[in-house]
Ligand binder design. Structure first.
Ligand code: AQP
Length: 340
């Protein structure tokens, strides 16, 4: 029986499938920075370009989005020396392990994934095979580093449960204790930032309406306009956060304010109790501009030197492969593949 001591290690990824949104920033990136600085664990962050192409991506836009995402990581506080920062396709072990996991995971597991159902919609026959197999590649992203902790937004919870199921089934099938059973880290006031136009839909890079999201590249005027036009209701803010349970758009704006100010949602509600959105929205816009403007300025500065971004990604990929390659070799040994 092959036994491995599972060193605590953090992994997470973001798709270069468009502009980074406030949802990605609050739900994922701020958590990444926190774990890099405070968890005491090694941290690995990835631009998951192989995931992005499960739906059509224009090649030139994909290249640019990957670099911009790298700039976003760095501008938000990820240090490419301290953390390992790279794009997925430069580390082939992700795709190699994903194939093994395609053979471990069951069709029925994949069919139950809500992201598959949402993204494939009514036209499943026409969706890519890659989109269907997306969660097995995600499991490989995590387990190729034996990552134990994965900070994500709420929407990724089901995929992380599947990652655990794949690890457990692989270990059982082969009689090993090889892959760790990963812990999702879903924390903070903004684990699910909703669309500014529809409080029942999550804020997403690929939403056709740009008004539904705040992009990290938006300037101050765009941020203020999007918040001013965000859907709300005519009632003032209540005294308790619980009273927002039936008001999804209002609750969303309060959560965003809380996440950006470091206050709890209840503290925000207490501060603005009895006030109309006409007062709350400008305060939220000021806060958002204050928080996001330095990030967007730094992203633009970094994007002026794309050669340096590519160098950072290449160096990150080399460091990632130092961890991934031995784990893939051991996996092949367990499965019984000859390596001459
Ligand atoms: N609205 C959100 N609120 C909180 N967290 C979010 N995340 C995404 N949207 C929100 C978190 O960001 C990380 C990276 O997500 P991703 O880009 O890999 O994929 P996604 O979840 O599918 O994000 P998008 O923006 O909706 O992309 P598209 O439109 O391309 O599918 C994850 O940790 C996710 O939870």
């Amino acid at each position: 029986m092959t036994e491995v001591v599972h060193t605590p290690r953090v992994f997470s990824g973001i798709q270069p499938s468009g502009n980074l949104t406030l949802g990605n920033y609050l739900g994922a990136m701020t958590r990444f920075v926190d774990m890099q600085n405070n968890s005491g664990m090694p941290t690995i962050f990835c631009m998951v370009d192989l995931h992005a192409i499960t739906v059509w991506q224009d090649p030139a836009k994909l290249t640019n989005a990957t670099r911009e995402l790298c700039a976003g990581f760095i501008a938000a506080g990820i240090d490419p020396e301290q953390s390992i920062l790279f794009n997925q396709s430069q580390v082939p072990e992700h795709a190699q392990l994903a194939w093994i996991f395609n053979c471990v995971a069951r069709m029925g597991w994949m069919k139950r994934m809500t992201q598959w159902k949402d993204k494939a919609g009514k036209n499943q026959e026409n969706a890519s095979l890659g989109l269907f197999a997306y969660p097995a590649l995600m499991a490989a992203d995590i387990l190729i580093y034996h990552a134990t902790h994965v900070p994500v937004g709420e929407d990724q919870k089901q995929h992380l449960e599947l990652t655990r199921d794949i690890a457990i089934k692989f270990n059982n099938d082969f009689g090993v204790d090889f892959f760790p059973v990963t812990e999702p880290v879903i924390e903070g006031a903004a684990t699910r930032v909703m669309s500014l136009r529809d409080g029942s839909k999550k804020m997403s890079k690929s939403d056709p309406s740009d008004m539904s999201r705040i992009n990290l590249t938006d300037d101050a005027d765009a941020i203020a306009k999007k918040i001013r036009k965000a859907k709300t209701d005519p009632d003032p803010l209540p005294e308790t956060y619980d009273d927002l349970s039936e008001r999804p758009e209002a609750r969303n704006l309060v959560n965003i304010y809380a996440a950006m100010s470091g206050k709890t949602p209840q503290e925000v509600v207490t501060e603005f109790a009895g006030q109309q959105f006409g007062t709350f929205k400008p305060a939220l816009a000021d806060l958002a501009v204050d928080k996001l403007a330095p990030i967007s300025t730094e992203m633009s500065r970094l994007m002026q030197d794309t050669a340096e971004i590519d160098r950072i990604l290449g160096r990150g990929a080399e460091r990632a492969r130092e961890i991934a390659a031995p784990i893939l070799k051991q996996t092949y040994d367990i499965v019984g593949m000859i390596r001459s």
